[in-house]
Write a protein that binds this ligand. Structure first.
Ligand SMILES: *Cc1c(COP(=O)(O)O)cnc(C)c1O
Length: 418
């Protein structure tokens, strides 16, 4: 959805914080991701405001948008980082984030991920299985350190969201389930190179119903009691991310304040520092994807296609999750048309919208695909020999390139010479 404080029409042209998008498209080429630095900061402030008064610490889930400039913008406001791999840890450190504000998740951490995390002295690693606890203990022993660990609990709550982004159900691969807690406590008691500091969960993404968070947090509080009874004094309780955003104005997201209102009273009783891991909430509506209309085509049944120069290689969400993204013409239009907005990739799934009413645009004009700041650029790829796009960040009218477009040479740079 368009956040009109940061993206709006001025004199008939869509702009980001005062920078005209047509000029940006012409200067940097398309497809082009455009991020608003102040939208990011504003979302972070809104999150912090909602949970103010609660002893907490917010770790931006960098997988939503891992550009080091995006991480840096949020870190500057005080955010820590939740990373999922050695590669994301590398990015967070490059962005200047204090290692003691970085936590690492991930259901399949490799030995090198664990080694990198421990030797960087990050705040904690969150383990997702008993085998992983043993593995972290072994690596910590070898490095001569005591690893601070959290354990990710699978609360067995099925959040109603897209099945690919629900993660707190016992059918899914994530976390440690109730049946293993006794064994987990025994194991934690026996491992010499670990210190349990946190209980953690993450039930999924784009969760509209505060009830799921409530139910899962209740379970987490039960586990907290069991953990304390087993003699472990922990410092943190991590309730994960998943806070929703509005993609379709017809389907507005539950306000963050509602989540805070429901969760604060429960969390306050713990006396622990609460960790949150919002990703999408901070980044999604802070960015859009600019694309150029390459061709207009009408078929024999009168169906109209707008073939644009961005595709599923830049923004895979519609193809992967059937997700809705608003699409606006960069030049404001009085008339509309009904069209399928599709990309150039050789897949029928390569579409942004089907039978959508959009501004009537001509070939050569630009369109903006909204809410593309999260899970967009990070999932971009080179399928079909596509060049991953450039990214720009705007700060009060000043635009700055934050990622160069791939080049042909980069496409084969890791291939061994013929
Ligand atoms: C993906 C993920 C997040 C962020 O989810 P959002 O829906 O983007 O807020 C947070 N924590 C973990 C462990 C994740 O895997």
């Amino acid at each position: 959805m368009l956040d009109s404080r940061f993206f709006s029409y001025q004199n008939g042209e869509l702009n980001c914080e005062g920078a005209g998008l047509e000029a940006l498209a012409e200067r940097y080429g398309t497809p082009l991701f455009v991020m608003s630095r102040n939208a990011l900061k504003n979302q972070y402030a809104a999150f912090e405001d909602a949970f103010s008064g609660l002893d907490h610490f917010t770790c931006y889930s960098v997988k939503a948008n891992f550009n080091i400039h995006v991480i840096e913008a949020l870190a500057e406001e005080g955010a820590g980082c939740d990373v999922n791999s050695g590669g994301e840890l590398f990015r967070a450190l490059k962005a200047g984030v204090d290692p003691r504000k970085i936590i690492m998740a991930g259901v399949g951490k490799s030995e090198s991920d664990i080694e990198y995390a421990l030797s960087s002295d990050i705040l904690m690693l969150k383990a997702e299985s008993l085998s992983e606890l043993r593995h972290i203990d072994t690596v910590a022993g070898r490095l001569g350190v005591v690893a601070r660990v959290g354990v990710r609990i699978n609360p067995n709550v099925t959040a109603e969201t897209h099945p690919y982004i629900t993660t707190g159900d016992s059918k899914e691969k994530f976390g440690i389930d109730e049946a293993s807690f006794e064994e987990m406590f025994r194991l934690l008691g026996s491992l010499k190179h670990l210190r349990l500091v946190c209980l953690d969960m993450h039930i999924g993404s784009q969760i509209f119903d505060t009830g799921f968070f409530h139910a899962a947090t209740e379970k987490l509080l039960d586990v907290l009691e069991a953990t304390r009874s087993a003699g472990f004094a922990i410092e943190f309780l991590d309730i994960g991310g998943g806070f929703p955003v509005t993609y379709d104005p017809q389907d507005p997201a539950t306000p963050i304040g509602d989540f805070a209102e429901r969760l604060k009273p429960m969390l306050e009783t713990t006396g622990l520092t609460i960790i949150f891991e919002p990703g999408r909430f901070l980044a999604a509506n802070s960015g859009l994807l600019l694309t150029r209309v390459q061709y207009r085509k009408r078929n024999h049944i009168g169906k109209e296609f707008l073939i644009v120069d961005a595709g599923m290689t830049e923004l895979i969400r519609p193809a992967l999750y059937q997700s809705h993204h608003e699409i606006l013409p960069v030049r404001e239009r009085d008339t509309t048309m009904i069209a399928d907005v599709v990309g150039p990739v050789c897949e029928s799934g390569d579409f942004f919208a089907r039978a959508r009413t959009v501004g009537a645009v001509n070939e050569g004009e630009y369109m903006a695909i909204l809410s593309a700041g999260a899970y967009g650029a990070v999932m971009s790829n080179n399928y079909n020999g596509r060049l991953r796009p450039a990214e720009v960040m705007v700060d009060q009218g000043q635009d700055r390139l934050i990622r160069r477009r791939d080049t042909y040479d980069q496409l084969i740079q890791n291939e061994v010479d013929l």
